[in-house]
Design a protein around this ligand. Structure first.
Ligand SMILES: NC(=O)c1ccc[n+]([C@@H]2O[C@H](COP(=O)([O-])OP(=O)(O)OC[C@H]3O[C@@H](n4cnc5c(N)ncnc54)[C@H](OP(=O)(O)O)[C@@H]3O)[C@@H](O)[C@H]2O)c1
Length: 330
């Protein structure tokens, strides 16, 4: 009932946030919520808006559409290629970003997938867990040096890394550690909860990372803010492979437009309330801090945070090498 009530309630309009000194990155910006979020940011007039797409043709097309739709100057927007099903692509993107000398005030990780079955990636993982979880956090870790540099240069406010999760993380109630392990994503029993589990992992990891930032040996980490965002059920391309009549009717009845859902991204990325250090690791829903699932808020959920954290770090280090950027977190 609460879900229906909030879905059908109008969201507040966006404030005219000041972004003229900010560099903002939005992943998965060619369609859906990523595109709508990029359009919101573009209308605010950032110093630089960087949109990521999986190939150059989509990138150029996205820039053209954003220029046309928002009036952002071509000098203030560019695209970069990023393929999250490949760790090599993530590493290359981050290495080139760092080399470019650009700052990074806001990283919005919107790119995600929701296929209904197991798909192996070239790196040997299930597509859903690699794109939504492993690569999403690998990108965050690889860009930490840039976020820190930005934190050292700007007096205030703090740089933010926003991870787009979902209300469907509620669907995975009382999971065991093995249900949340990366290896579970290769097994048949996962089929129905594959996407929801990936979204729960994002919520648990962001909450844990907020704690690690607060206790990091690197003082700049205390200035970095990270949140998850639930945009609500929205019209987009997310269900492109399983858009059956039930999904069609549900969306027709209650889905928000992408423009509305993406307001949540902007609130998490720019609102003063969302920049308060004591709220770090929060779950943004309906343009305010919302409540994570009962499991996430329970002692069992809290105990699961380091379990999933240790596994993701181990898996990423095994596949991609030492994660030097997070060595101050232990
Ligand atoms: N729509 C909803 O109702 C809803 C609700 C809750 C949460 N969310 C979350 O919102 C985020 C955005 O979803 P959306 O609804 O906007 O979906 P969407 O319209 O399908 O957009 C997804 C974006 O991710 C990109 N992407 C997919 N696979 C990728 C890969 N391997 N590497 C790099 N980029 C990749 C897509 O690029 P291509 O077009 O090239 O594939 C596209 O730009 C997701 O994290 C999703 O879980 C959505």
């Amino acid at each position: 009932m609460e879900f229906l009530r909030t879905q059908l309630s109008p969201l507040p309009t966006l404030k005219p946030y000041e972004v003229s000194t900010k560099t903002i990155v939005v992943t998965g910006a060619n369609v859906g919520l990523g595109f709508e979020a990029a359009a919101h940011f573009a209308r605010l007039g950032p110093k630089k808006l960087i949109v990521t797409t999986r190939d150059a043709a989509k990138g150029q097309d996205t820039v053209n559409r954003l220029v046309e739709a928002t009036g952002i100057a071509r000098d203030n927007i560019e695209y970069r290629e990023l393929e999250l099903s490949s760790f090599e692509s993530v590493t290359k993107f981050a290495r080139e970003y760092e080399k470019s000398g650009l700052s990074l005030d806001v990283l919005v990780e919107s790119a995600g997938v929701a296929p209904d079955n197991y798909r192996p990636t070239g790196d040997g993982f299930d597509l859903t867990v690699q794109v939504n979880v492993l690569s999403t956090f690998l990108l965050f870790f690889h860009l930490l040096p840039v976020l820190r540099k930005t934190a050292s240069q700007s007096p205030s406010p703090s740089p933010r890394a926003i991870i787009i999760s979902s209300e469907v993380h509620y669907w995975v109630a009382n999971p065991t550690a093995s249900q949340l392990s990366i290896s579970a994503f290769t097994k048949d029993p996962m089929e129905t909860n594959r996407y929801a589990t990936s979204k729960l992992l994002e919520v648990l990891l962001v909450r844990h990372i907020a704690g690690l930032l607060a206790t990091s040996k690197n003082p700049l980490d205390k200035r970095i803010i990270t949140h998850t965002v639930n945009p609500g059920l929205c019209h987009s391309e997310l269900m492109r492979e399983n858009d059956g009549w039930a999904v069609y009717l549900l969306k027709k009845a209650i889905a928000r437009t992408g423009e509305q859902g993406a307001r949540n991204y902007v609130w998490a990325a720019l609102d003063e309330e969302a920049g308060r250090g004591e709220r770090n690791g929060g779950y943004v829903s309906n343009m305010a801090f919302g409540r994570e699932s009962e499991f996430v808020r329970s002692p069992a959920g809290k105990a699961m945070e380091p379990v999933v954290w240790n596994e993701i770090v181990r898996v990423l280090e095994e596949k991609t090498g030492p994660l030097d950027a997070i060595k101050d977190w232990n």
